[in-house]
Design a protein around this ligand. Sequence first.
Ligand code: C2E
Ligand code: MG
Ligand code: MG
Ligand code: MG
Length: 288
Amino acid sequence: RSKEEGRNRYRFFTDEMQESVREALQLEIDLRRAYRQQEFDIYLQPKICMATESVIGAEILIRWPRPDGSFLPPDVFIPKAEEMGLIHDIGEWVFRETCDTIRSWQQQNRIPLDFTFAINISMRQLHTGHLAEDIAAIVKEVGIDPNCLEVEVTESIMMQDPRVTIDALNALHQQKIKISIDDFGTGYSSLSHLRQLPIDAIKIDKSFVQALESDGQADAIVNTIISLGHNLDMRVIAEGIETEANRQALTAAGCDVAQGYFYAKPMCREDFLDYLDRYSASSSHSSD
Ligand code: C2E
Ligand code: MG
Ligand code: MG
Ligand code: MG
């Protein structure tokens, strides 16, 4: 009997393992098709200057719609695309799509010229050795100012291979592309590396922002990150602001830029333009 159970359990596990292998393969097939058939979209989430309350830019977040209208989260398919090496093509697509959008919105006077678009990049993109050249080529071809572009690199990625990271970020900086460190506080930055890197901004990870109301230590961490950033001449951005209390706490702590559902969720391009129109209409009413 116990032998039987053992065998069943073994069968159970292998079936489950087979299933997960099958799912992983299916995801690869779907991802290749999605790239070929351009199934991806870019969404934008506004970044708000806390002092002036104006929208100063947006973070670009990739979206992959499923047939039922829902989205497969990037946290699920980006790691797979990295593993497959497809991240280079997808990443290039995101850059090109973003640059085309910038050019067309600038031409139509929908955004100010200094409006900044932040694109997330993953480790394998950073480590090609020619990311900065690739981006510079796209920027030139499309005909926009590289100053409008910012890349977001997570802190944990940066510190995996500091030498390669330092070279890659310096190359981006030479191309006039801004750099921010994403999910700050969750990785293990060496302070000496931070000081050497051409970083414009750090983004406080949303886990600290969201713990502000319930956890006194989160308050201390947030304040420490803000002073660290300011002492190193960097702007400090808070992500994941969901409540008015979060907003007040971060304003009081001297945070520069805010982002989160409290202001707006990531939106498709059309909705983002509507948001900008509505936002500027309402703020010009309230400011005088
Ligand atoms: P991230 O860069 O840290 O982006 C922030 C994530 O938090 C986004 O999730 C965003 O939708 C979400 N978020 C924004 N405001 C709030 C809030 O107030 N509350 C909460 N709970 N969440 C908020 P998303 O879009 O699912 O992206 C997840 C991650 O996937 C990103 O984290 C980024 O690391 C990666 N990613 C997204 N787009 C790209 C891309 O084009 N290329 C690469 N390489 N990675 C990407
Ligand atoms: Mg980001
Ligand atoms: Mg983040
Ligand atoms: Mg993240």
